[in-house]
Design a protein around this ligand. Structure first.
Ligand code: NDP
Ligand code: 8X3
Length: 253
């Protein structure tokens, strides 16, 4: 469709699959994350597969000055962003709040809330000036249903939902859409990051349940972005079939 799609956290999981889904759809993708090597590999692969020119930027979304510089560069390169997908995010740890590592708390807030705000604050004025745009924020079922050991992660995802609603109100007189996507359990690198690289512990999260795949979420995001101009999907929650609420998961063995 030849739109410019800016995706944060595009080197893995949901963000990476979303980059491929939009590139396959004929859109231009602008990808950022911290891992430059992975970004380069993805760019080469997307360009080769879809004959596009994927733009990639090494960026830690929690670093405000870097966000400002990167968005300025993006705007010089592509002039306008049609769809912003705030996907970069993480959970760190799974502990009672009274025992939580303060650095893990800081990092979740800096990435999941501040990072999303920094990027959006830089890109939204351009959408307002163009009177056109779509912001798709990746929340979580964790933002609806708190679960044990995840008070802060759940709070960050709850913040994503409320921020989306607030921004939708502030742009109500513009042709700008704001969507919160709230996935349930998706098998990605998420649990490996949460457990600080403990693969055994991470693997257990997906045992006995057919979790969602990152492409399930990518396809949903593409569907949301491909609605006609007058249709705004405000929120969408997607769970695995054997998942009822956040961490209410039925495991077969
Ligand atoms: P992954 O760990 O597979 O991917 C996370 C992505 O975010 C990576 O590309 C990582 O890239 C990037 N990232 C992390 N921190 C930063 C940062 N500071 N700046 C820029 N990029 C960053 O996890 P998922 O794909 O599962 O997660 C994507 C989003 O989906 C997150 O917001 C997560 O909270 C949410 N989510 C996940 C669910 C799940 O069950 N997996 C369910 C519901 C929501 P790099 O390391 O290169 O920076
Ligand atoms: C990630 C999904 O419920 O495993 O947001 O925390 S969950």
């Amino acid at each position: 469709m030849n739109r410019n799609i800016f995706i944060t956290g595009a080197t893995s999981g949901i963000g990476k699959e979303t980059a491929y889904a939009f590139a396959k759809n004929g859109d231009n993708v602008i990808l950022c994350a911290r891992n430059g090597e992975k970004l380069k590999e993805i760019k080469i692969d997307i360009d080769r597969k879809y004959g596009t020119n994927a733009y990639v930027f090494i960026l830690d979304v929690s670093k405000y000055n870097d966000v400002v510089k990167t968005v300025k560069k993006v705007m010089e390169d592509v002039k306008k962003v049609d769809v912003l997908i705030n996907n970069a995010g993480l959970a760190l740890g799974l502990d009672k709040f009274q025992d939580y590592d303060i650095m893990d708390i800081e990092k979740m807030i800096d990435t999941n809330i501040k990072g999303l705000l920094y990027i959006t604050r830089q890109i939204l004025p351009n959408m307002v000036a163009n009177d056109e745009g779509h912001i798709i924020n990746i929340g979580s079922t964790a933002g609806i249903y708190a679960y044990a050991g995840a008070a802060v992660y759940c709070a960050t995802k709850s913040a994503v939902k409320v921020l989306s609603d607030g921004i939708r109100i502030d742009t109500i007189d513009k042709n700008i859409k704001v969507t919160t996507v709230q996935p349930g359990i998706v098998e990605t690198n998420f649990s490996n990051v949460r457990f600080h690289g403990n693969m055994e512990q991470a693997k257990k999260v997906y045992e006995g349940i057919e979790a969602l795949k990152p492409e399930d979420i990518a396809n949903t995001i593409l569907y949301i972005a491909n609605q006609p101009k007058h249709v705004q999907i405000s929120d969408i929650t997607i769970m695995a079939t054997n998942q009822a609420t956040g961490f209410n998961i039925y495991r077969k063995n």
